[in-house]
Design a protein around this ligand. Structure first.
Ligand SMILES: NC(=O)c1ccc[n+]([C@@H]2O[C@H](COP(=O)([O-])OP(=O)(O)OC[C@H]3O[C@@H](n4cnc5c(N)ncnc54)[C@H](O)[C@@H]3O)[C@@H](O)[C@H]2O)c1
Length: 277
């Protein structure tokens, strides 16, 4: 039984999402950027619900360690049904061939692929006047090409009823100083999601995006560790707190489930309302 922490300014609520979807056990998911942060949380959350996961990251060592740790934790959890297995794989999402290798790995390990989560992303800082060609290329390569190549690999192996979820951001619709490359890459992900939904709908594949606001991961640790920056950030969040990876997972779970079977081409904000401020 999960005890409920009260919500309050500055708090992060980590208690597990309780939603379960009975159709999920036996399904297979590929998740990129899963060595840490939200991707790791997605992997263990799905495996808890009986979904087998191929978890990919460019940081091979961290990915292997995370998968070992999560599988060990799943083995001692008392679950109603057996958990899924998390298999670590190395992937650089900027390389189309790496995505195809992920798909082949999932098919070899589990026989099929049902879900593909394009989660890997980078968050560089540079004022518009200073941004280098290399920085903009790297950002678009990981955040946009990474999603496109992932969707192409997914389209080649997902069965009708399959689903793709892309990680966009509240930054797709809000301007953040020093984040022009990141914001424009996430706006591209939101639009790409709509294009993919239109074209892959022919194959019975749904494509949606999640647009998180401030979520408590390594990506935002520099804000949580800096009191004035944190106060400024929380001022722009109607719920006055950062979200947790688990709270983003709750929306991912819904989008992958049959409860979302008529939802495609949509970006769901998980941002405590910050897109409105
Ligand atoms: N944390 C937030 O507040 C926030 C808000 C909005 C959107 N997002 C998006 O959510 C996603 C996950 O964010 P997070 O906070 O968990 O990030 P994170 O930095 O904690 O984890 C990102 C992971 O992606 C991996 N990665 C980076 N480049 C890669 C590549 N080329 N190939 C494969 N893996 C690569 C990293 O090694 C890392 O493990 C990202 O797309 C991010 O842009 C995060």
């Amino acid at each position: 039984m999960t005890s409920h922490q009260p919500a309050g300014p500055g708090r992060v609520l980590n208690q597990p999402v309780t939603a379960r979807y009975p159709e999920l056990p036996g399904r297979v998911a590929v998740i990129t950027g899963a060595a840490r942060g939200m991707g790791a949380r997605f992997a263990v959350g799905l495996a808890t619900r009986g979904v087998d996961v191929v978890a990919g990251d460019i940081d091979a060592e961290a990915m292997a360690a995370t998968a070992d740790e999560l599988n060990a934790a799943l083995a001692v959890e008392s679950l109603e049904k057996p958990p899924g297995r998390i298999v670590a794989s190395t992937v650089d999402v900027t390389r189309a061939g790496d995505h195809l290798a992920l798909a082949r790995r999932a098919e070899a390990e589990f026989g099929h692929v049902d879900f593909w989560v394009n989660n890997a992303g980078i968050f560089p800082f540079a004022e518009v006047a200073d941004i280098s060609a290399e920085q903009i290329r790297a950002t678009l390569s990981v955040n946009v090409e990474g999603v496109l190549f992932g969707a192409q690999a997914a389209a080649a192996c997902l069965r009708p009823g399959g689903a793709i979820v892309n990680m966009s951001s509240v930054s797709a619709v809000r301007v953040r100083r020093g984040r022009a490359a990141y914001c424009s890459s996430k706006a591209a992900v939101a639009h790409l999601t709509e294009s993919l939904a239109v074209e892959l709908g022919d194959r019975g594949i749904r494509v949606n995006a999640i647009a998180p606001g401030y979520i408590d991961t390594e990506m935002t640790r520099w804000i949580s560790d800096d009191a004035p920056a944190l106060a400024k950030a929380l001022d722009a969040v109607p719920l006055h707190r950062f979200g947790s990876p688990e709270e983003v997972f709750g929306v991912l779970l819904f989008l992958l489930s049959d409860s979302a079977r008529y939802v495609t081409g949509h970006s769901i904000a998980v941002d405590g309302g910050s897109r409105h401020v």
